[in-house]
Write a protein that binds this ligand. Structure first.
Ligand code: GLN
Length: 211
């Protein structure tokens, strides 16, 4: 791997530069693509199963998890995505994307399925209507000393963390809002809209390690 690629977040295996995908069925995928490209990564939208074969990592954006679930099944993406996750592809889910990665969904709509991978139970819309959206600063030692300004929009909470997953961040009352498990990463909040790129950099490190 070339040093310049390590610095820019691009990955070369032989002469082939590994692309990073952003699931683009619904939600704020454009913001994630912009952040990843800003870090120098070759980020592409993913809508079809064949596109999964070209990427070395995937971001699942914020949006509405029940719609993303239906679309991913309708487009034949759900099973290939589950296989890619089981094969160890790095995946980072924000908000609805975290719900998609959770092994267990609480307060899902009838029949809602996740892709799974993260050994956690995630409750949708967990902050209630009074606190639909809010912002706060979080300590997240895994990505650096400086607290991270976090924006929550109808956000889920990680209600229980299984043995295989590790909490990375908690809100003031102790509830978990970021988790990691091997090559998987999930946050209840939206770093793609605040200009703090540390989670995307952390994800790109996992992509490089997996390549
Ligand atoms: N409430 C949404 C859901 O259940 C998530 C909101 C978001 O991604 N900002 O999928």
């Amino acid at each position: 791997m070339l040093t310049e690629d390590v610095l820019t977040g691009n990955v070369r295996t032989g002469n082939v530069r590994t692309k990073v995908g952003v699931l683009a069925l619904q939600g704020d995928f454009r913001e994630h693509i912009a952040v990843l490209r800003g870090l120098g990564a070759d980020a592409v939208p993913v809508r079809r199963p064949a596109e999964l074969e070209e990427i070395g990592g995937l971001v699942i954006p914020g949006g509405e998890s029940s719609v993303m679930d239906k679309l991913s099944r309708a487009f034949g993406l759900a099973e290939p995505l589950r296989e890619a996750i089981a094969d160890g592809m790095p995946v980072y889910g924000t908000c609805a994307g975290l719900i998609m990665l959770a092994d267990r969904i609480l307060d899902g709509i009838a029949g809602q399925q996740s892709l799974g991978g993260l050994d956690v139970a995630v409750r949708r819309n967990a902050f209630g209507s009074q606190l639909d959206s809010f912002e706060t600063d979080l300590d997240i030692p895994a990505v650096g000393e400086e607290p991270m300004h976090a924006v929550f929009i109808r956000a889920p909470i990680v209600e229980s963390v299984g043995e295989k997953a590790t909490p990375l961040a908690r809100v003031g009352d102790g509830r978990v809002v970021a988790v990691e498990q091997g090559s998987l990463l999930g946050t209840s909040f939206h770093p793609e809209i605040t200009g703090d790129t540390r989670f995307h950099e952390y994800f790109l490190q996992k992509v490089r390690q997996a390549a």
